[in-house]
Each structure stands twice: as C-alpha cells, then as structure tokens.
Design a protein around this ligand. Structure first.
Ligand SMILES: NC(=O)c1ccc[n+]([C@@H]2O[C@H](COP(=O)([O-])OP(=O)(O)OC[C@H]3O[C@@H](n4cnc5c(N)ncnc54)[C@H](O)[C@@H]3O)[C@@H](O)[C@H]2O)c1
Length: 371
C-alpha cells in the first residue's frame, strides 16, 4: 500500500492521529490544512509533514488519495463532500455529518465517484472490543440475547475550558459519546432495527469549572440524561444510558448477556482491554486472553484499513455505511425521545469483519503496539 494522506482540521484530536498516521507503513502524510493555517504549520513542523496548506490547496494536490477530516462536526458534511468531489477518499471524525440525511448523501456520493468513505470511531478495532467479539463468535457465553451499556459522567465542563457546545443541538451525551457505544454494539450484534428512548434535562444551566471562564453559567439546549432501548435485527436487545448528569457511579461500561454467561467489556472510547467472562459454571470472573492487536491509542487505524480495503476490493471496517447507520440510530433516538414512539431504523450495514493477523500486519501492528 502506498497511500498519500491529507489531514484537514488541526485541533485537539489531530496529534493523536498524526502520531499513528506518520508512522504507518505504506502511508505518507503529505499535507495538513486548517482554516487557521498557522495551526497546520505548527503541527506539520512537530510531525515532519512536508506541506501546511489551506483546505482548497490540499484538495487540489494529486498526490493525496485520502483526506482525514478532523474538523468540527458542523463542518464535516461540507469538508467530506468537497473532498469526495475532488475524487479523494474520505475518513471523517464522528459524526460523519451533522444529520443522518447528510451522512446518507455522503455515502451515495462516495459510491457515485467510486471513492472510499469511512468514519470514526475505530476504537472497536482495538484489542478490547476485538477480544470481546472473538469470545462471542467462539460461543464463550452462548447465544447473546442482550446487553447493557452505560456512558455515565458529570459532564465535560469539569475539564473543558469552553464546554458550551457539548450542550447544544448536535452534541449532548447521546450524539457526542453515543457513537463509541453504538458502534461497539453494532460490531458485536450487527445493525439496529429500532429504538425507543426516554430522558430529559436535569439542569437548564451549567457552570464552567475551569479556565479563564470558570464560574460562568451557560444554557443547556439538549437532553443530558438519555436512555435508549435498542432492538437489533438479530433479535438481541440493548439498553444504553448516556448522561452528563451523574456525580458518581460504579455501573459497568458494557456487559453482554448470553444464554450461558456474561461478558464484561472495557470502555469503548479506548482501544484496550481487559474483557472478562463469567458463565453459569464459573465461581468468579475470568479474564479472556486478549487477541493480538492495538491496545493503546491507534486512532487512524480505521482510515488505514479503509485505504487498504479500497485497494484490495474488500469491505472496510469503519465504513461510511457503519458510521451513517450509527447516526441513523442516534438521530432515531432523539426522534423517539421527542415523540415517545418507537423509531424504525432502515439502514442495515454488514457487521464489520474481525481483524485478521494479515490485516494487522498490513496496518503496521507489531508486538510493541504504538504508544
Ligand atoms: N477532542 C477530543 O478529545 C476528541 C476525541 C474524539 C473525537 N473528537 C472529534 O474530533 C473532531 C475534532 O474535535 P477537536 O476537539 O479536535 O476540535 P477542535 O475545535 O480542537 O479542532 C477543530 C479544528 O478544525 C478546524 N476547522 C473547523 N472548520 C474547518 C473547515 N471548514 N476547514 C478546515 N478546518 C476547519 C478548526 O480551525 C480547528 O483547528 C470532532 O468531530 C470531535 O467529535 C474529538
């Protein structure tokens, strides 16, 4: 694989990607771009990337095959559409677009221009969720019939200096953190067929906890404590709680219930394990031996898999279809919350394939996983 990569969006998350993409065998990060070209310049110098450009100049370069879009959610649709129209492949941070309709339009455009399209998160390709998936597929707990998942926090205003946007439409705990959990569940169970929801807002205002605006109050425009009841096409069910309103909790991140036992999964916003299992005949929880793979920050692995898959003519794992389906589910959850009715989800992406040892080698995995 010899793939030219251009990154658009050089903010907070960009370094985590560049750490991996600049060291990936067979990939070259050719250029970085940002509306603020100074940011692109600074990161290009840190990571030894040859060019820092404005986004149009990046899209005009013939040596870029794949654009990695790390801009803010409100910009994703436009950046992704323009990159596809420039005949580049696209891998975008979550969500793929601000609305499910826009995400679907991107999937159609990508098919029309025959370019690969994929989206974050790719944490389900890490050791934790790949180990859980292998255990499920090997029948460690028998037929899985249900799961519970909990994204419980007291909100980002504790650590973020400008947390207002987390409480505006397009964010909230469901849209901001839900992608990690729903993607993980779809990678285990296959696509979601319908969703019910309940939830609300505990406080109409929040207070910034740190930084220059500490003590400032700001309004809340989203539901901050939301429970989804997901029904999968396979017949399995899951309960997903996402909240920014809980001060302390010992709830597990994800547990999967099978006819013979239970799997306890790690945080799906990381690549690491461990995975634990306990069956009807066990006296205690046991750690499931980890499959080989990426155990620490490997953000960007989904983008490399996307490019490799396109070259090889196979299906990518963190695909546009999957990211678009996840957005269908989350947006469906918000509709269900508003109407009180069950919302059917029409999209049916394939369950992504597990990572094989050959795939891992192609993606540059070694026994010493990247830091
Ligand atoms: N910050 C995190 O910890 C984190 C973690 C996981 C995922 N993400 C996701 O990554 C994405 C970026 O988040 P972030 O925290 O890095 O944001 P950020 O605000 O720190 O950085 C975004 C960058 O994109 C640039 N930008 C905005 N619109 C642009 C456009 N139209 N063209 C070119 N550049 C543009 C901005 O100038 C800025 O430098 C979001 O989708 C977010 O959900 C962030």
């Amino acid at each position: 694989m010899d793939i030219g990569i251009g990154v658009i969006g050089c903010g907070t998350i960009a370094s985590a990607y560049l750490k991996n993409l600049t060291r990936a065998p067979g990939a070259r990060v050719v250029a970085l771009a940002d509306l603020d070209v100074g940011r692109a310049r600074a990161l290009a110098s840190t990571f030894g990337v040859p060019h820092a450009l404005d986004p149009d100049a990046l899209l005009a370069r013939p040596d870029i095959d794949l654009v990695v879009d790390l801009t803010i959610p409100a910009a994703h649709y436009d950046v992704n559409r323009r990159a596809l129209e420039a005949r580049k492949g696209v891998y975008a941070e979550k969500p793929l677009a601000a609305t499910a309709a826009e995400a679907r339009a991107l999937v159609e455009l990508a098919a029309r221009v025959d370019q690969p399209l994929g989206g974050a998160p790719d944490t389900f390709l890490g050791v934790g969720l790949q180990t859980a998936r292998a255990a499920l597929d090997e029948g460690a707990i028998g037929r899985p019939f249900a799961a519970v998942a909990h994204m419980v926090s007291s909100g980002p205003e504790r650590w973020h200096h400008s947390p207002d946007f987390f409480y505006q439409p397009g964010a909230g705990p469901l849209l901001d953190m839900g992608p990690y959990y729903v993607t993980a569940l779809v990678s285990l169970f296959g696509p979601v067929a319908s969703v019910l929801a309940d939830g609300g807002q505990t406080w109409p205002e929040r207070t910034i906890g740190q930084g220059p605006r500490a003590g400032e109050r700001f309004p809340v425009d989203v539901a901050t404590h939301v429970t989804l009841l997901l029904r999968f096409a396979s017949g399995a069910r899951a309960t997903l709680l996402t909240t920014f309103d809980v001060q302390a909790s010992e709830l597990p991140r994800i547990e999967v219930f099978g006819e013979r036992g239970t799997l306890a999964l790690p945080d799906p916003n990381t690549f690491k394990g461990p995975v634990r299992v306990r069956t009807a005949t066990d006296d205690a929880w046991r750690e499931v031996p980890a499959v080989p793979g990426f155990a620490s920050n490997a953000r960007g692995i989904g983008a490399l898999d996307l490019a490799a898959a396109h070259r090889a003519g196979r299906a990518p794992r963190a695909s546009g279809n999957l990211a678009s389906h996840v957005l269908d589910v989350l947006e469906g959850g918000l509709t269900a919350l508003r109407t009180g009715a069950r919302v059917e989800i029409d999209s049916r992406p394939d369950r992504p394939a597990p990572l094989t040892p050959d795939d891992l080698a192609e993606l540059g995995w070694t026994q010493e996983a990247p830091a």
